[in-house]
Every structure is written in structure tokens, then in C-alpha cells.
Design a binder for this molecule. Structure first.
Ligand code: CA
Length: 225
């Protein structure tokens, strides 16, 4: 997950960069409007989300937003604004921001909003992935480095579940409930059989599995950094 922060106040930019990097995001920053717009347009497809200050030297956040939206209507954008009238916030949303947060704000609140937008974004295009593995929910296909990989229904459902919960540990009991729809008296050892099969079909040779075993707890596919 890569985030672009366009913010001219160094203390806020650094605070956000450090906090988001600790959460596993890759973070780029721009400290003026011109640079921010340039980076956003040059690398638009690289970013998963943009945090945009409203008042910037050079080009305003609103101008940057308008220009980004001409190119891309989907990328999530959150406005960071010191302005505090409702009108300005509404104007920002009408111009195409997905959300806004007023300074000063708590980092955890911003993080929560980022996560909500990431979930919405992932739900909208229904494509999940890890590295060169792509799972397309709509067409029910999985590919690795562009090549189709045949999975059984259960393998597909298990992979979809793990990818939807990327970065978090999926507990064995939860996997068996969600993927196998078994809610009582269960033997979870069937999960290991299917995990092994996914690993055989999708892991790179001679490297660690992309599905991490959390001993006694469950499995995890890590966020990519
Ligand atoms: Ca500013």
C-alpha cells in the first residue's frame, strides 16, 4: 500500500509519514502544491490513497484534486483541512474528495478512515492480490504472473478469505466458519490440507510461503510494503 501525502507543514507531514510507515504503508511526501500535483499525476497508478492538504503554497489542494479527478475517478483522496466551516468540507466532497479530516486530528482517527476507504476501494473492483498472484472475484479466476492457475472452489474461497484479511491473522475457527460454513463441533485440520495445496500451486520455488503459519492460531498473508 503506497500513500502520497501532500502537506506543506513539515511537522504534520513527518508525523503522518512516521505513523503510516509504522503501520506498514509506503509513504511519499510533497511539501508544495506543484510538486504534489506532479507526483500525483506522474505516479497515479502507484498510489492507493492520497492525503491532501487544502492550503498549500503554489497550487491549492482543491486545484490538485480537480486535476487528479480528470485523470482518475477511483483513487481515494482524503482532505486534511484547517478550515472548519461545513461549507468548505461540503465543497471538498463535491469536488471529488472521498473524505476530509479537520486539523488537529488524532492519528488513529485518520488511520481508521484510511482503512475504511481501502476496504471500499477493494470491494469496488473486487480484485485481490499478493505479489504477482491476482484473484478476480467477479470472474472467479486466479492467475500467477499472468498465467491462469486452476483452484478448486474451496481453495479459491480460502485464498479469497485470506487475501481479504491481508495483514491480519485469520484464526482457524474463523476460517472454518467462513470458508467451510461449519459452526460447531469442528475439526480444523482440513484447513491445513487446503493451505498446503494453495502453497503448492502458488508459492515461488525455494522461497518462504506467501501464506504464513501462525502456530496454534491460524494463517496470515502479509501486507506488501
Ligand atoms: Ca497547509
Amino acid at each position: 500500500m503506497r500513500i502520497l501525502i501532500v502537506e506543506d507543514e513539515p511537522s504534520i507531514a513527518n508525523f503522518l509519514k512516521e505513523g503510516l510507515e509504522e503501520e506498514g504503508f509506503a509513504v511519499d511526501t510533497a511539501d508544495n502544491g506543484k510538486q504534489g500535483l506532479q507526483m500525483a499525476l506522474d505516479y497515479l497508478k502507484e498510489y492507493d490513497i492520497i492525503l491532501l492538504d487544502w492550503m498549500l503554497p503554489g497550487i491549492s489542494g482543491i486545484e490538485i484534486l480537480r486535476n487528479i479527478r480528470k485523470e482518475d475517478t477511483a483513487i481515494p483522496i482524503i482532505f486534511l483541512t484547517a478550515r472548519d466551516t461545513t461549507d468548505d468540507a461540503v465543497f471538498g466532497l463535491e469536488t471529488g474528495a472521498n473524505d476530509y479530516i479537520r486539523k488537529p486530528f488524532a492519528f488513529d482517527e485518520l488511520l481508521a478512515r484510511i482503512r475504511v476507504l481501502m476496504r471500499t476501494k477493494n470491494a469496488a473492483n473486487l480484485v485481490l492480490g499478493y505479489g504477482d498472484i491476482i484473484l478476480d472475484v467477479d470472474s472467479h479466476r486466479v492467475s500467477k504472473a499472468g498465467e491462469n492457475v486452476d483452484l478448486t472452489q474451496k481453495e479459491f474461497a480460502l485464498l479469497e478469505f485470506l487475501l481479504s484479511n491481508k495483514g491480519k491473522v485469520s484464526r482457524r475457527t474463523r476460517i472454518i466458519e467462513k470458508v467451510w460454513d461449519i459452526h460447531f463441533d469442528y475439526d480444523t485440520s482440513v484447513i491445513d490440507v487446503y493451505i498446503n495445496s494453495l502453497r503448492k500451486k502458488l508459492d515461488l520455488k525455494n522461497s518462504e510461503s506467501f501464506i504464513e503459519t501462525i502456530r496454534g492460531v491460524g494463517y496470515r498473508i502479509n501486507e506488501e510494503v
